[in-house]
Design a binder for this molecule. Structure first.
Ligand code: C2E
Ligand code: MG
Ligand code: MG
Length: 522
């Protein structure tokens, strides 16, 4: 293409020269034909030149357009790069900085604190009961709540402070150059009040609250240390009843290490037979007859000693260790239940607690079936206890799992009834056989107040209408027992009736109970 162009130029130049020479010679020799031919040649060369110029102009236009397009493409790539960088550093739901950006800002603030006169404050804010909202109202409502909370937190911090979403329901605030610690505390208090204001998601008003952990430090501390301190303070706020702020104190560091230690020692714990089950009787409140047991898991840690399930079950759920642990609990409890059938002559029930993570596991029903056939426990004598919030999960998988459980013939109980997120619709949706009334409803029965029993009574009527059995949990006194009997309750569990027993003591109780007539309550 390029050669052809040059060839054309050389030819035109030659024609020009020829026509010029021809014209001059024609003029000198007075030869009009030569002059005419030269003039024609000259005209042809000129036309050709004009065409070439025109084309050249066209090409320059094309090049300009190409350059323009190139510039546009570069701008798009830049935009995309910026967008990707933004996405990499921000949370897509709330638009807030994410953990990576927060780490960066925190490092920056700590470096700056060498020159600044104030310290760096870190506040970890964790929504209370967020899982219940997600489970009962669905993930969209949960997302909506997070977005509103994010806005409210941002509205109470100073410009220049960083608010980040660390994932899940946790937000972190970093404040640089804090001269007076009270300023950070005030921000924490403002966060509490801002989140407490009712939040409307669709038609549902949600009463949210947040627990805040606060710590202060300077360049002498790493970003990681400050974050783990604020985290430990947040855990302390949760255990002090939630919806409050707690400042980090040195002894809390032990809690961080302990949680990490427990998480790390799960894997070895099952092989080392550190777990064992205790069995707490379910008894008739009318005549003291033994009706069954609830299996309660215990952990005797080689280093930390006895650890309560309320401490390690959430950790086991977080790490997924609840799956093998839950399988072992189910097998062990079924075996114990089957062993006590002979002295009891059958008919005792064995209740086993199951957590959300277990029910969501695709192999759960297979494990259940295996435990039943391996132990020989009739399915009708096994009760699986699930908490309310677990049943309120709007997940088709959970419904299917429940139906398969029912097909096997096992019974389903709602544990800690009355402590979940209070939608009773799920009672119809799931094949529930039994309601365990939470201890918090039984506690007030100890007081002489006449309306202490109103709620417990209403729950009983509801259960009766739905043809469900009831068990009152956490009975600690004779007065509570008598009040429950007066209200119409027939079954109960609690330390007043019998504390959880180890396997041998439970077996002895079964033998003793069925070798002599049960005591009759008056
Ligand atoms: P839960 O299923 O509601 O179990 C009843 C809890 O109340 C037990 O605590 C029991 O020891 C305690 N309790 C019984 N009677 C009384 C009483 O009169 N007064 C008081 N104050 N407490 C009483 P525990 O064994 O510490 O278990 C706590 C929770 O840990 C259980 O509550 C259950 O949610 C969970 N858990 C226990 N074992 C297992 C298990 O094998 N698997 C799963 N997933 N969770 C378990
Ligand atoms: Mg239970
Ligand atoms: Mg319970």
């Amino acid at each position: 293409m390029r050669t052809a162009f040059w060839r054309g130029e050389i030819a035109t130049a030659a024609v020009l020269v020829l026509s010029y020479v021809g014209g001059v010679v024609g003029y000198l020799l007075d030869a009009p034909i030569l002059i005419v031919v030269s003039a024609l040649l000259l005209a042809a060369a000129m036309l050709y030149l004009i065409r070439m110029l025109y084309r050249l102009q066209e090409r320059t236009g094309d090049l300009d357009e190409q350059a323009l397009r190139m510039q546009e493409a570069v701008a798009v790539v830049r935009l995309l790069e910026n967008e990707l960088r933004h996405q990499g550093l921000h949370d897509s739901l709330t638009g807030l900085p994410n953990r990576t950006l927060l780490d960066d800002r925190l490092e920056h603030a700590l470096r700056g604190s060498v020159r600044a006169s104030g310290a760096v404050a870190v506040l970890v804010c964790d929504l209370d009961g967020f899982k219940n909202v997600n489970d009962s109202l669905g993930h969209r409502a949960g997302d909506g709540l997070l977005a509103v909370v994010a806005k409210r937190i941002c509205s109470v911090v100073r410009t220049g402070d960083t608010v980040a979403r660390m994932g899940g329901d946790e937000f972190t605030i970093v404040m640089a150059d804090v001269v007076d610690p009270q300023v950070a505390l005030n921000v924490a208090q403002r966060v509490l009040s801002a989140v407490r204001r009712p939040i409307h998601i669709g038609d549902d008003p949600i009463a949210a609250s947040v627990s805040v952990g606060l710590t202060l430090g300077d360049a002498g501390k790493s970003a990681e240390t400050l974050l783990s301190e604020a985290d430990a303070a947040m855990y302390a706020a949760k255990s002090r009843g939630k919806d409050c702020v707690v400042s980090f104190q040195e002894p809390m560091r032990t809690a961080i290490v302990r949680r990490m230690n427990l998480r790390n020692s799960f894997d070895e714990s099952l092989h080392g037979s550190e777990f064992y089950l205790q069995y707490q009787p379910h008894m008739s409140l009318i005549d003291g007859r033994l009706e069954g047991f609830e299996a309660l898991v215990r952990w005797r840690h080689p280093e930390h000693g006895d650890i309560e399930p309320n401490e390690f079950i959430p950790l086991a759920e977080e790490t997924g260790f609840i799956i093998p642990l839950g399988r072992w609990i189910l097998e062990t409890a079924c075996l114990a239940g089957a062993a006590w059938r002979r002295p009891a002559g059958g008919g005792l029930t064995m209740s086993v607690n199951v957590s959300a993570r277990q029910l969501q596991n695709v192999h759960f029903v297979d494990d259940l079936q295996a435990a039943l056939s391996y132990s020989g426990l009739p399915p009708a004598e096994l009760i699986l206890e699930a908490t309310e919030s677990l049943l309120m999960v709007d997940a088709p998988d959970t419904t299917r799992t429940m139906e398969r459980m029912k097909d096997l013939g096992v019974r389903i109980a709602i544990d800690d009834f009355g402590t979940g997120y209070s939608s009773l619709g799920y009672l119809r949706q799931f094949p529930v056989d039994l309601i365990k009334i939470d201890k918090s409803f039984v506690d007030p029965l100890d007081e002489p107040s006449p309306d202490a029993g109103a709620l417990v009574s209403a729950i009983l009527r509801l259960a009766q209408q739905l043809h469900m059995d009831t068990i009152a949990e956490g009975i600690e006194t004779e007065r509570q027992l008598q009040a429950l009997v007066r209200l119409g309750y027939t079954s109960g569990q609690g330390n007043y009736l019998c504390r959880p027993l180890n396997q041998d003591a439970a077996a002895a109780l079964v033998r003793q109970h069925f070798s002599q007539p049960p005591p009759v309550r008056t």
